[in-house]
Structure formats: C-alpha cells, structure tokens
Design a protein around this ligand. Structure first.
Ligand code: NAD
Length: 251
C-alpha cells in the first residue's frame, strides 16, 4: 500500500521546486522487464557482475562479458519505458525536471522523451549505443561491427572492442561525473529512484544535493544505506508511486 500522506508531502515538495534533478538506478527499469542486481532469478544471478561486468576480466577474456552483453543487447533493443520514465519526462515538460542522472545504460529515459524540453542526461555508467576499441580507442557504431556472429569483436589494430558502458574497475566517462555533481549543487529537489546506493562514486549524489540545500525524495522498494538523507521516503513500486505523484501534482 502506498502511504498517501507521504505522497502528498512529496508532491508538495515537487510543486514548490523549480530545479528538480532525478537520480535513477536499475530499479527504475525493472517494471520495463530489465532485472536489477537484486532480482533473485534474474540475469545477474546467472552472470556474477563482479566477473562478467569487470574490466580486468574483460581484458583477459572478452568472451565472458560478451556472452552476458548479448542477452542485454537483445533486451535493450526491445524494452519500452514504463510509468516512472514517462512521468519524469512529463515533469520536465511542466518545467520542473532540469536534469536526469542515471546509472542505467538502457536508454529508457531517452526513449520516454527526457531531453525534449532541454533537460540534460548524465549517463554515469556510459553509453549503450556506441562501441570502442580498448587499445586504439577508435569508436564504432553498432551497424559497423558484427557482434552477433562472433564470440567477441576485434578491431583492425587487434584490440578488443567493447560497448562504451563502464565496467567495474573502469573510470567514469570524462566530465560526466563532474557535470552530474554540479547539477546536484544546483538542485532544489533531488528524486532518487530505484537505487540501492551501493555503487560509488554514483552514490555521492544524494549527499552532495543535501549539502547544497536540496530536499530529497527517495522512491524505492526497500531501504537503502542512505535513508537518513531522505526528507520523504516513498516505499513501493516506482511506477505506481510516480503515477500517484503526478495525479496529486496536477490537482
Ligand atoms: P541495484 O540493483 O543495486 O538496486 C536497485 C534498487 O531498486 C533496489 O534497492 C531495489 O529494491 C529497487 N527496486 C527494484 N525494482 C523497483 C521498483 N519497481 N520500484 C522501486 N524500487 C525498485 O541498482 P543500482 O543502485 O542502480 O546499482 C546497480 C548497478 O548496475 C548500476 O551501476 C547500474 O549501472 C547497473 N545496472 C543497470 C541496469 C540498467 O541499465 N537497467 C540494470 C542492472 C544493473
């Protein structure tokens, strides 16, 4: 059951805010059919991210990463944004949301229309849509490289080719973290949705925003390690909560 009183509290914060920043994690996309790290029978129970999504393992044997990534590619090509992504895009249209910082690589914020009214998107963990050679750093579009009929793609220079997603052990894309942190300093409200807040440095965002005076709304199915930062914690399904929030904001 959604706590109605807390919905009203959060809706009031949103109504009174002019520079909302959204920080999303894998949990925002579970209702679109992409598992987060916590789903008991999901992708990550078959592919330990510490191995399959680890840069050092990739450099030793890229076939492990590509085995997992081919499943993700098939998913990302077919999934659609859910209520949470759509309401965030609607809040941008209403002039509220100015930036979305996401840990996800699934492009669902973009598919939902985020960015159409000027909001910036910071993809902390890289871009799904592009590939790059880890040796000569040449970039490729997906259409240029056969990723389906090989164990793993290799560049003309003999380097391994990897999507521009960030694996454990890799640095974040240049400038993206700095841009995201700067948005948090400008925010009057930060909405944190679907993240366990266990992955650093992405999980610095709520404390930066708090330090600079933002009000913080958490939307998550379970408690996180940073709950004490939240002004309002809305516990439950993100899609249902965003739908309720929008109803109250529009009344
Ligand atoms: P996480 O898996 O550590 O935590 C997800 C959180 O969302 C959990 O606390 C869970 O209870 C909550 N949750 C799940 N479904 C929810 C729902 N419908 N409504 C509300 N809450 C829900 O995710 P994280 O903090 O983003 O860290 C995982 C890392 O894995 C990130 O680095 C991310 O890049 C990557 N990842 C990305 C995707 C994607 O692109 N969709 C999917 C899996 C993992």
């Amino acid at each position: 059951m959604i706590d109605k009183e807390k919905i009203y509290d959060a809706a009031l914060i949103i109504k009174n805010s002019e520079y909302i920043v959204v920080f999303s994690g894998a949990g925002i996309s579970t209702e679109s059919g992409i598992d987060d790290f916590r789903s008991p029978h999901g992708l990550w129970s078959r592919y330990d991210p510490g191995i399959y999504a680890n840069y050092q393992y990739f450099l030793k044997d890229p076939s492990l990463f590509w085995k997992m990534h081919k499943e993700i590619e098939d998913l990302v090509d077919t999934v659609e944004p859910n209520q949470s992504h759509l309401v965030i895009a609607e809040l941008e249209k209403m002039g509220k949301v100015k930036a979305v910082i996401t840990q996800n690589i699934d492009m669902l914020h973009q598919k939902a229309g985020t960015g159409r009214f000027g909001a910036k998107i910071y993809q902390l963990h890289g871009e799904y849509g592009k590939l790059q050679c880890v040796k000569c750093h040449k970039e490729f579009e997906y259409e240029e490289i056969d990723t389906k009929n090989v164990d793993y793609p290799v560049c003309d220079c003999s380097g391994y080719i990897k999507p521009k997603v960030i694996l454990f052990g890799e640095s974040l894309p240049h400038g993206v973290l700095e841009g995201a942190m700067s948005e948090c300093t400008n925010a009057d409200c930060l909405i944190v949705v679907g993240s366990s807040l266990l992955v650093s440095p992405a999980n610095f965002m709520p404390s930066i925003a708090k330090q600079y005076g933002a009000q913080i709304i958490f939307i998550n199915r379970e408690n996180t390690i940073m709950d004490d930062l939240a002004d309002v914690f809305l516990k439950g399904s993100a899609g249902e909560i965003f739908a309720e929030l929008l109803k109250v904001i529009k009344t």
